[in-house]
Design a protein around this ligand. Sequence first.
Ligand SMILES: C[S@@+](CC[C@H](N)C(=O)[O-])C[C@H]1O[C@@H](n2cnc3c(N)ncnc32)[C@H](O)[C@@H]1O
Length: 242
Amino acid sequence: MQTESKQISSVVQEFSRFAHQYDTYNMIQAKVATILVSKLEDKTYKSVIDIGCGSGEVYRNLQSMNIWVENFIVLDSSEQMLALHPNGSHVKKICVNFNDKTFLEHLPQKKYDLLLSSSALQWSTDLAYTVKALSSLSDTFYGTVFTSGTFKTLHDIAKVNSPIYSAKKVQDVVNQSYGNVKFEIHQYRLEFESTRAMFRYIKQSGVSSGERKLSYKQTKKLMETYPLNYLEFEVLFIEAKK
Ligand SMILES: C[S@@+](CC[C@H](N)C(=O)[O-])C[C@H]1O[C@@H](n2cnc3c(N)ncnc32)[C@H](O)[C@@H]1O
């Protein structure tokens, strides 16, 4: 079994290795970020922090929906992803790992109008700690987390447990830090022309990171027996206020 530290380093590596082609492979995350940003109530914010910002999906949606942020802090553990994030005089990039217990010390401010995080917190190695630490940054949190129904059929057939948290676990943790919370679970299907293309997607999207590695033989068998022409994704949407 992999240790937690090994799991998280493999996440960072996988996102970095495919960073240049990441935008081609992030169809679901892109859709999720658009829905998340469309849920925001205000049109202007003084200060916003985006946790696990990647190449800037949240930022681009804020711009296209004419939501103005005076001071935008974007945080990611991958230098390569941060390099892909749009620049701007109001954008400050911070390369920090939210699994590092001292990560809050690296932030330029302690309080923000709004905390955002889309498709990143599933990689927290200690979700209760991360969510509690993040909740100190803002009274308002809008986020999305991929949950264990993602690749459900694939995991069932391979007889492996999902490497990511269940929606129930994420809900329990968020409820501990916020008083007024709304959750929504969205399920998505992504269709493929062939099983080969599907498995290529899993590898290149970075979504599979942290999974127990299957041997060549196990992967071949899985490809032959996978009964669907689509992959399943499960995403928990969070709108939380203190
Ligand atoms: C699936 S991408 C989502 C990017 C973007 N938020 C979006 O909606 O498209 C997840 C991002 O989280 C970052 N990430 C993963 N683990 C992290 C960690 N422990 N600390 C900070 N960032 C992390 C990855 O580098 C990657 O850029």
